[in-house]
Design a protein around this ligand. Sequence first.
Ligand SMILES: NC(=O)c1ccc[n+]([C@@H]2O[C@H](COP(=O)([O-])OP(=O)(O)OC[C@H]3O[C@@H](n4cnc5c(N)ncnc54)[C@H](O)[C@@H]3O)[C@@H](O)[C@H]2O)c1
Length: 261
Amino acid sequence: MQIQGHTALVTGAASGLGEATARELARLGAKVAILDRNLEQAERVAAALNAEHGPGRALACECDITDTASVTAALARAQAGLGDARILMNVAGIGSAKRIVQRDGSAAPLEDFTRVVQVNLIGAYNVSRLFAAACAQLAPLEGGERGVMLFTASVAAFDGQVGQQAYSASKGGLVGMTLPMARDLAQHGIRVCTIAPGLFATPLMQELPESVQQTLAASIPFPQRLGKPEEFAQLASQVVTNGHLNGEVIRLDGALRMAPR
Ligand SMILES: NC(=O)c1ccc[n+]([C@@H]2O[C@H](COP(=O)([O-])OP(=O)(O)OC[C@H]3O[C@@H](n4cnc5c(N)ncnc54)[C@H](O)[C@@H]3O)[C@@H](O)[C@H]2O)c1
């Protein structure tokens, strides 16, 4: 599917990989809805894109992906402001690390596990189901295609580290959902792919001490540096334009395999 002229929804677009994806899609000619629970940062990104590419190219939409009323309102705002969306990039997510048995011998709080799965897995599914239902109503494009959606998993779906049970389970859920969702939505001409990133230089990562960042970078076979958000965005846009990519999970990690800890 061409990107030029189409409307894209990007969750988590106020920061990091989501912001880079929104910027790349706008550069390639899309109108982009910046969906994020952080409205202030979403407005910053939208204003920058409108300044760079002209008014009406980006719109900030406050959205908590775990809250159906919030998602419904954000999708309606995006539709009213930018038109029907054919592209959905699910990038919003949160991290977490908790030992099952805590230092004091107590069990890890269940709330932590629930919260991470609620945002990373159920939240992404929530946006996707609402997007898919709307997209399935649109007229088909050339070749019968109606739209495309992307999930953002993590290499932790495959080689999660000590303490990453919740995070790995949430990202593994996205990996498991990719093929059945692609099969389900095939009848509507909507493709579904997932990117599983390794270690990327986003604000989250840049908060770590420089020495820790260097150690992490050194664990990547090649290139021995953190991934650039633009490299994620480049692959995300390829998922849109390469019409034969469907039902697949793509690792983007410089051949990294995470150690147990
Ligand atoms: N940075 C990495 O190295 C890395 C590696 C693997 C996977 N990932 C995944 O990539 C995605 C983006 O990560 P990032 O590093 O850019 O993080 P980030 O913290 O820079 O950005 C995440 C964005 O998601 C938003 N968000 C969080 N919860 C939300 C919710 N409930 N509703 C709406 N928006 C919400 C935040 O406000 C933020 O703007 C996440 O899903 C993360 O798990 C990142």
